[in-house]
Design a protein around this ligand. Structure first.
Ligand code: NDP
Length: 330
């Protein structure tokens, strides 16, 4: 027996394939999509509430934190912890109470009625009584051909992951927000020279971060500069910038992009209310979406805070909301 799926923009072809599948359908009480701090915290609460949650880990098991090094601001770790270790801890804690954590990528969903129909890896079919969306966000890039060319060869979107490779070298960071400011100061501690490329004549980052950047001697802030091209032979060796129509060349070994994130909401946009930046909209003060029984948590709903602890908190809310919802159905 196959599911009938509505047409979805990004997964249209996959959905067509999924439609023709004939497979056993697994019934799940509480399905959690995405495995960052929000997903695993939801899994901890849902498993303790006997909801037998199943968590599909997605493309990046453990979420964005697995690409960071030290996490010093998550309560309960006085000496700090690395991102990957923290995510293993959260996973182990969820599994201790019976959460079923699985490899797999949700390829399509049909939220038109309950139970919700979900297909994993274009083959496994699920009927879920409730869903918690905790799919997170991914880093944005500038969209230059040269940026694509040097990804993994000098272009990165994570200073804490890759900064170590540029010890004693010159690097550039693009962006004027808190992430760029943080990455620039982090890199300044490792590198000889950091160029911070900002397209406006001011930084959007918080006052404290701007001050920190400006006080750091080996950071050169290049206001009103944009990147035309990243240059090099096989690896990054420089960049050509534009300053009010004038060409500016810098010599660098690493090029870090820190211009924000894109929420991973595309799979749900046919059913779920999403704002113009792609964030899932929840009913104020709750994790409830416009579809009863579908809840959302973490960076996919959060355009402001984007912290592991805020994601974890919203995952907790989503599990509690799910528990109440399922209890009301009985
Ligand atoms: P932001 O959206 O705040 O900033 C993005 C920056 O990138 C802006 O300066 C923007 O420029 C610039 N930008 C965007 N697109 C381009 C482009 N194509 N070319 C050049 N520049 C571009 O993202 P962040 O990731 O910095 O921060 C997201 C949120 O997370 C914020 O609310 C921030 O405060 C928070 N955060 C908090 C931290 C903390 O508290 N420790 C740490 C990191 C983030 P423009 O200003 O011109 O639009």
């Amino acid at each position: 027996m196959g599911f009938e799926f509505k047409k979805m923009e990004s997964t249209e072809n996959k959905n067509q394939k999924d439609f023709n599948l004939d497979a056993d359908i697994e019934k799940i009480k509480c399905l959690i999509i995405g495995s960052g701090p929000a997903g695993y915290t939801a899994a901890i609460y849902a498993s303790r509430a006997n909801l037998s949650p199943v968590i599909y880990q997605g493309l990046e098991p453990g979420g964005q934190l697995t690409t960071t090094t030290e996490v010093d601001n998550f309560p309960g770790y006085p000496e700090g912890v690395t991102g990957p270790v923290m995510m293993e801890d959260l996973k182990a804690q969820a599994e201790r109470f019976g959460a079923d954590s699985r490899w797999g990528i949700v390829s399509s969903v049909d939220l038109s009625k309950r139970p919700f129909k979900v297909v994993v890896d274009s083959k496994k079919q699920i009927e879920a009584e409730s869903i918690i969306i905790s799919t997170g966000a991914t880093a944005k890039y500038l969209g230059l051909d040269s940026e694509e060319k040097y990804k993994g060869a000098g272009v990165s979107a994570c200073a804490t992951c890759d900064g170590f490779f540029y010890k004693g070298k010159n690097v550039a960071v693009v962006g004027g927000g808190d992430t760029a400011a943080e990455e620039a100061t982090y890199l300044a501690g490792l590198c000889k020279q950091v160029y911070l490329i900002i397209r406006k004549n001011y930084m959007r980052a918080s006052k404290a971060m701007v001050e920190r950047v400006e006080k750091t001697e080996n950071i050169t802030v290049l206001y009103e500069h944009t990147t035309k091209e990243i240059t090099g032979s096989n690896v990054v060796e420089g960049a050509t910038l534009d300053y009010k129509g004038e060409e500016v060349k810098i010599e660098i070994d690493g090029f870090f992009v820190a211009i924000g994130h894109t929420p991973q909401s595309g799979l749900f946009k046919e059913w779920i209310n999403i704002d113009n930046e792609g964030y899932i909209q929840t009913i104020s003060g709750t994790s409830k979406t416009n579809i009863e029984g579908v809840f959302a948590a973490g960076d996919v709903i959060d355009k402001d805070y984007k912290q592991a602890i805020t994601a974890a908190g919203s995952g907790c809310k989503a599990a509690i909301d799910t528990e109440k919802f399922l209890a009301e159905q009985k």
